[in-house]
Design a protein around this ligand. Structure first.
Ligand code: NAD
Length: 449
């Protein structure tokens, strides 16, 4: 969908009106195109004394082809500011972080990146360190609101014991335009069973040799996911309802993928999907439970058949399908199971009790399953999209639609590619330390902040 207000705000007359009436002025966000460098500019790196990462942070960025410096030059602008806060052991120490960022804020480029790396508070080693590390969340979320106006984002990454060496794929994602619509998020790297953290042979095709099943793949976010995972080298198995078989087949033909025309709530769906994956590829590496619907009604007007449908598509069927694939041993070591939640599942939304329940259930699903399959080297995470410009949002009343777009730090809706890039980051073999996470792709929407 086109955001007409944003286009208007960027023509000369619109610019004048927006400025003089103090209206929101949505920045044009940079997005990544194949062949571009990951980061178009230099990243400034700082650290609190005694941090866990030391010089390895520079080495990690270098390995990803990202230019990083440790000393700020007054005349230069920086595409990213990264601070290793893992050495902060009490709240007095938080000032080292303020002293790094304050003078650097004016040199942050448009669509810049502000990243803090901390230690998981419950592993910080002392009570005072845990408190100081927890404080980082408020710092980063406030900074995101301060810098969103120029298209910049702020995010926090907590590293757990043993996962300090697994930051590469996450920094590549957060520092690049691939994370254009991700701000105010907290990412936790905790798993130490780093099955294939270093296994990316070709950085341009990090998913080469992997098989990805995507439900609801014929359009919207699912189609963007299929294209993006295919771009990154994966073989795609797309699934959608039989009524959309032609659209699905056309997309799969374009991506050299395989189609499954099946309703995921059908009784035989788990068996049908398992058989199709076995026949086409002998198994699967990445499972994205993307299919979802809304049947929005106030609770007082809710019909049970619609309630059941919304819950079963988003969270019932994904459980049954995943269980069948695990039972048959079809999700390979290094596998990824990814759920699609929503900010409505975090904050709730007026008129969306069924959807909010379903999408909160998705969070329950990934948090529970992530613990059970960690031993098998499988990660389970969710993305919670905010307002994304797809067919789904066309049906919203205009007032709610405009509020959804503007009430965020980036004052616009996201694009399907923004969600797809986040899926590709979870799917990346380098992201094996990330499990049980729920990351919002929402431009730091005020809903559920
Ligand atoms: P969409 O309606 O464009 O696409 C959803 C796809 O799922 C469709 O192709 C549909 O046919 C398929 N699907 C629905 N029921 C199915 C079933 N029973 N079996 C198989 N396939 C089925 O929606 P979208 O905007 O692309 O949303 C994709 C996911 O993202 C959904 O889970 C949605 O809830 C979630 N989401 C979207 C937004 C947004 O702003 N667009 C925000 C938050 C969450």
């Amino acid at each position: 969908m086109t955001d007409h207000y944003q286009s208007l705000a960027h023509n000369p007359i619109g610019q004048f009106v927006v400025k003089n009436l103090g209206l929101p002025n949505p920045p044009v966000l940079e997005r990544w195109t194949e062949g571009d460098p990951l980061v178009k500019g230099t990243v400034l790196v700082g650290a609190a004394p005694g941090g866990l990462l030391g010089t390895s942070l520079h080495a990690t960025l270098k390995a990803s082809g990202i230019e990083a410096v440790g000393v700020r030059a007054d005349s230069k602008t920086y595409k990213g500011l990264v601070f290793d806060a893992t050495g902060i052991t009490d709240t007095a120490g938080l000032a080292t972080m303020q002293q790094f960022f304050t003078p650097a804020m004016r040199s942050l480029a448009r669509s810049g990146r502000f990243i803090v790396i901390g230690r998981l508070p419950d592993q910080a080693g002392s009570e005072t360190a845990a408190i100081a590390q927890r404080a980082l969340e408020g710092f980063v979320r406030s900074a995101g609101k301060e810098i969103g106006g120029n298209g910049s984002t702020a995010n926090l990454v907590y590293v757990g014991e043993g996962s300090e060496g697994a930051l590469g794929s996450t920094l590549e994602f957060l520092l690049s335009p691939k994370s254009a619509f991700v701000s105010g998020q907290v990412i936790r790297l905790g798993l130490t069973d780093l099955v294939d953290a270093d296994a990316v042979a070709d950085p341009a095709k990090p998913l080469a040799g992997k098989v990805a099943l995507i439900t609801g793949a014929s359009r919207g976010l699912g189609a963007a996911m299929a294209r993006t995972l295919h771009r990154d080298g994966a073989s795609i198995v797309g699934l959608d309802v039989p009524a959309l078989k032609d659209d699905l087949d056309a997309l799969m033909a374009e991506l050299d993928g395989t189609s499954i025309a099946e309703d995921i709530t059908a009784e035989d769906a788990p068996a049908v999907i398992a058989q199709a994956l076995k026949d086409a590829h002998g198994g699967v590496d990445i499972v994205v439970h993307n299919a979802g619907i809304t049947r929005d009604k106030r609770l007082k007007n809710m019909k049970t058949e619609n309630w059941n449908l919304v819950i079963d598509i988003s969270v019932g069927a994904p459980q049954r399908i995943t269980a069948e694939l695990l039972d048959q041993g079809l999700i390979r070591r290094g596998g990824r199971v990814i759920g699609i939640s929503s900010i409505a599942g975090i904050a709730g939304n007026n008129g969306q009790t069924s959807y909010g329940t379903a999408k909160a259930g998705v969070i329950g699903f990934v948090q529970d399953l992530s613990k059970r399959v960690a031993k098998d080297g499988i990660t389970v995470n969710a993305i919670a999209p905010g307002f994304i410009e797809t067919d789904m949002v066309k049906t919203m009343p205009i007032g709610i639609r405009e509020a959804g777009r503007r009430l965020s730090s980036l004052s616009q809706g996201g694009q399907p590619i923004d969600v797809a890039e986040a899926i590709a980051w979870y799917a990346n073999p380098g992201s094996s330390a990330i499990s049980g996470n729920v990351v919002r792709v929402c431009g730091q929407a005020l809903i559920g902040a």
